[in-house]
Design a protein around this ligand. Structure first.
Ligand code: N01
Length: 557
């Protein structure tokens, strides 16, 4: 079959078209090539890496232990790659993905600068037609969405945005290599991205205003270099590490303790929390007594422990108080891993601005005007405005493609009250579209490489099944979709996380603050999700409607 080959061909055809050349898309490409499938990846960016290609803001890194944030499929790759830091920064992760692409010769199968703007299903011949920015089209039997969860940045709706004469950038769109040394900077937002960029640039900037709406909980990351000796020891334990991560709910090295906080004395709890606070990664958040993220009272006590840490680390009591979240407890939103974030506020060139008290009035040509109330304003004179304001998470990457399914139904319309999926992988009325990374999938809330391995491995086995049984049409059943959404709601409701305004519940800023929460992620745990996916294969896909290719009215060759 002809392949998409850049500008020379206006239409081409492929069996499996993967959208996105990030962590998920690259692995899926490799696995489909391994089974001899006709597959191509398209990506809107000029290079591979997805999240790690785009997020080039200072301080960007992950909070998964590096040795768990890698592919496990190739022993050779595991033997060859050395991680330099316990929590690798963006450049190291991007180099890793580039190394993988080169080692497995993936690049020839990827078309860059190819943004899909429309995907339309044809019931006549069971093909998708995808249109790219610029008008080029391609046809595919199966479309596999690997666009990431956090790939559509949200800029806040603030009057005057765009009028500023300095640099206005979202963390996601940070210009490569842009240096803020000596500049007057404002950072809006104190989620994970904000916390990282604020900490990283604080020393070098002339001045920095941190504009905060709600405070977010943070805990020390405990980052450090990995020595040659440590790397050797880790490598020897890789099998054990991956096996362990497979059994933890979110694919991290941390696992909720079966012990309840109420099973131990207060002294023991505090000692344990102290160890976790001074440990590495997300231990305090994900490896704590399990009732701390399920029950209000243990959560309140843990939150107070962390609040006290903030008070100890921030000199001005008023500033410390503002940095302590009031609208949610510790771990009820994704906790940001920090490396000196609180100490930033003890510096004389840094000021915390409380937007709850004094909101942004507008962006001006020279900075940001803050509303002090009673007709009074304060002008912040700036060189750079950084929007660390998050993402149109999970559904945003799908929403920005015009996806048209059976009977001309648009995915956006079908999901207007929130997404509904069959096992987080398909949507009724959108046959042959597989969402590898999307709403209600187990991959969406996991340590990403671990989460996507489950989905990609399932997809690869499914592709083999499709080939073997000559399946031409594959669609999630509506009844299975209803069942899955109910199951996800039930599982999610067990965690306090389901009660907060965060992107996990669809409260990104494209929703108004009072809108109904949406079921975006699956919090039932990776092992349960993996088992559920495996059941489908074992029982010949009871949650899906499968049709033999010969049934199609006019299958193309
Ligand atoms: O985005 P966020 P993020 N005016 O949505 C504020 C992953 N990640 O990019 O809470 C003023 O968490 C908003 O305030 P509020 C990770 O999964 C991981 O930081 O809505 N402020 C909040 O403070 C994470 O969860 C890593 O009141 C506005 C911030 O902007 C996800 O990415 C590193 C505003 C947005 O926080 C997203 O994190 C980085 C407005 N109009 C990211 N609108 C690591 O692995 C929003 N805000 C370490």
């Amino acid at each position: 079959m002809a392949q998409v080959s850049g500008e020379t061909e206006r239409t081409s055809e492929v069996d499996y078209l993967i959208i996105g050349a990030g962590v998920c898309g690259l692995y899926q490409l490799h696995q489909l090539l391994e089974i001899g499938a006709d597959v191509r990846v398209v990506d809107a960016n000029a290079g591979l890496g997805g999240t790690w290609y785009k997020n080039r803001y200072p301080g960007c890194r992950f909070d998964s232990e590096s040795y768990t944030y890698q592919y496990s499929f190739s022993q050779e790759l595991l033997d060859e790659w050395d991680w330099k830091e316990k929590f690798a920064a963006q450049p190291e992760t991007l180099s890793y993905l580039e190394y993988v692409a080169d080692k497995f010769d993936l690049r020839p199968h990827i078309t860059f600068n190819a943004r899909v703007v429309r995907a339309e299903w044809s019931e006549d011949d069971w093909r998708w037609t995808l249109t790219f920015e610029g008008g080029r089209t391609t046809r595919a039997k199966f479309v596999l969405g690997a666009m990431g969860l956090l790939s559509v940045p949200t800029y806040p709706r603030i009057a005057g945005r765009g009028a500023f004469r300095g640099l206005e950038t979202h963390t996601f769109d940070w210009p490569e290599g842009y240096d803020v040394t000596g500049k007057r900077v404002a950072v809006i937002g104190t989620g994970s991205s904000g916390v990282q960029v604020i900490t990283d640039i604080a020393d070098g900037v002339e001045s920095m205003y941190v504009l905060q709406r709600d405070a977010n909980w943070c805990a020390p990351l405990g980052n450090a270099p990995i020595s040659t000796e440590e790397m050797r020891e880790l490598r020897e334990k890789y099998d054990e590490i991956f096996a362990w991560c497979r059994e933890t709910p979110a694919g991290f090295i941390h696992r909720p303790d079966r012990t309840l906080s109420t099973d131990v004395t207060r002294e023991e709890r505090l000692r344990h929390w102290e160890e976790l606070y001074n440990g590495q990664g997300a231990g305090l958040y994900m490896g704590n007594y399990r009732d701390c993220i399920m029950e209000p009272e243990p959560n309140r006590e843990l939150s107070e422990f962390v609040a006290e840490k903030i008070r100890e680390r921030v000199s001005a009591p008023g500033v410390a108080d503002l940095l302590i979240p009031k609208d949610h407890g510790f771990g009820m939103k994704r906790v940001a891993g920090e490396s000196g974030f609180y100490e930033v506020f003890n510096k004389s060139n840094v000021e915390l601005v409380d937007l709850m008290d004094h909101p942004i009035h507008e962006v001006t040509e020279t900075g940001i005007r803050i509303d002090l109330g009673s007709g009074e304003f304060r002008d912040l004179e700036l060189d750079v405005i950084v929007y660390a304001t998050g993402f149109d998470a999970v559904t945003g990457p799908l929403d920005r493609i015009e996806i048209i399914g059976v009977d001309d139904v648009r995915l956006k319309d079908q999901w207007k009250d929130g997404p509904e999926t069959c096992l987080g992988i398909q949507v009724s009325s959108f046959p042959n579209l597989f969402v590898l990374v999307g709403p209600q999938s187990g991959s969406a809330s996991a340590n990403f490489p671990r989460g996507i391995e489950d989905v990609v491995n399932w997809m690869t086995q499914t592709a083999l099944y499709i080939e073997k049984h000559e399946i031409g049409r594959f669609e999630g059943r509506r009844d299975a979709e209803i069942e899955w959404v109910a199951h996800v709601r039930e599982m999610n409701s067990k965690l306090l996380m389901s009660q907060t305004r965060s992107w996990f519940n669809g409260h990104n800023i494209n929703l108004d603050r009072d809108d109904n929460p949406r079921v975006m992620v699956y919090l039932g745990g990776a092992p349960r999700y993996r088992r559920r996916l495996a059941e489908e294969i074992e029982n010949d896909y009871p949650s899906f409607l499968l049709s033999h290719s010969s049934v199609s009215a006019a299958p193309s060759t």
